[in-house]
Design a protein around this ligand. Structure first.
Ligand code: NAD
Ligand code: TYD
Length: 352
């Protein structure tokens, strides 16, 4: 594999994947294609932007002509597709944005890869790869018991998860219909450095720091399975290099927490870091109206990935959360540039 297109590389997870690949594989050329929506921030990649094997392209995956031309010009050998609208609450307000980017954008990439690589059904293509990064939310919700495996039937509930489920189906369909060499992984909730502060953990870190209310939806009883983002990036590396064509892997932390317990732990860690009396930050917890269609519980069974490809999470949650808090406290400017909106003006101007 020589030239790899990573889409959404200026976002949270994408920036960790770009960094890992640029540093670990100097022989690869990594092209990061990103529209720089509100969620894209090139400050996430400052440490690698000058590397010789890295290139940034600003562009929209919804623009089919542009995408096809880019594939023809750059002659990509592989794609790792992360670009997406990713926030469930925004999908409830603006579902069509999610259809455009997550469904149409993905199909545009599939078409461009098909046009360039010219796969033939029944003929195994081993030197090309289309890797689609997806979410466990496509499986819907669990009650108190059970876990999502790769065989769990899709049952999405939010416009976000419905759009990701749809894109997964299209990716599989291109494998089955045209012989495109595809791979999919479905991961649980990520957390860590560069997490956009609209999501639960970074939002609460920012609010604790600024003594603002911590909005907990409903009773805080919903359960998520949290994985440190660098562990996800490592899983993507392993799956990209070792998975068989048309395979699917679940990626998760075996790390289930109710939202209220996550925030209580976060408050305790931050009380220590900020020199507050224990219990002070927890006073900011505020129960607010529940999210519509709020999935109760996600839990990933990643046995297949562990047994077949030898990946497992490296960090305990307490340690990962403490590292995350330290990162946010040490990178105040990054956070302030986002909350003030300055990050967007700067980069949008540079790449207009
Ligand atoms: P993010 O919102 O932080 O980043 C998305 C990136 O995609 C941004 O840089 C944005 O500018 C870019 N983008 C959006 N629309 C685009 C378009 N039309 N054309 C080009 N670029 C566009 O998302 P994330 O949390 O890093 O998630 C990355 C991927 O991983 C997504 O596909 C998401 O569904 C999946 N995922 C996320 C999680 C999680 O916990 N965050 C868990 C499992 C899977
Ligand atoms: P989020 O970080 O948005 O990820 P996802 O919806 O993809 O799981 O939310 C994580 C959990 O936290 C989810 O159960 C919704 C809840 N939540 C809150 O209680 N308050 C908030 O302000 C946010 C953003 C999320």
């Amino acid at each position: 594999m020589k030239k790899i297109l990573i889409t959404g590389g200026a976002g949270f997870i994408g920036s960790h994947v770009v960094r890992l690949f640029v540093n670990k594989y100097p022989d690869y050329t990594i092209v990061n294609l990103d529209k720089l929506t509100y969620a894209g921030n090139l400050a996430n990649l400052k440490d690698i932007e000058q590397k010789a094997n890295y290139k940034f392209v600003k562009g929209d995956i919804v623009d089919a002509v542009f995408i096809n031309d880019l594939f023809q010009t750059e002659q990509f050998d592989a794609v790792i597709h992360l670009a997406a609208e990713s926030h469930v609450d925004r999908s409830i307000t603006n579902p069509l944005d999610f259809v455009m980017t997550n469904v149409i954008g993905t199909v545009n990439l599939l078409n461009a890869a098909k046009n360039l690589w010219k796969p033939e059904l029944g003929k195994e293509m081993t030197d090309k790869r289309f890797y689609h990064v997806s979410t466990d939310e496509v499986y819907g919700t669990l009650n108190e018991t059970g876990m999502f495996t790769e065989e769990t039937a899709y049952d999405p509930h939010s416009p976000y998860s419905a759009s990701k489920a749809s894109s997964d189906h299209f990716v599989r369909a291109y494998g089955d219909t045209y012989g495109l060499p595809i791979v999919i992984s479905n991961c649980s909730n990520n957390y860590g450095p560069f997490h956009f502060p609209e999501k639960l953990i970074p939002l609460c870190i920012n609010n604790i720091k600024n003594n603002k209310p911590l909005p907990i939806y409903g009773k805080g009883e919903n359960i998520r399975d949290w994985l440190f983002v660098e562990d996800h990036a490592r899983a993507i590396d392993v799956i990209f290099h070792s998975a068989k064509n048309s395979s699917t892997y679940n990626v998760g932390g075996h790390n289930e927490w109710t939202n209220i317990d996550v925030i209580r732990l976060l408050c305790k860690i931050m009380d220590g870091k900020l020199g507050r009396e224990e219990g002070e930050s927890a006073k900011l917890i505020t129960f607010v109206k529940d999210r519509a269609g709020h999935d109760l519980r996600y839990a990933i069974d990643s046995t297949k990935l562990q047994n077949e490809l030898g990946w497992k999470p490296s960090l305990q949650f307490e340690e990962g959360l403490e590292r995350t808090v330290d990162w946010f406290l040490e990178n105040e400017e990054w956070l302030e540039n986002i909350t003030s909106g300055a990050y967007q003006e700067y980069y949008q101007h540079q790449y207009l």
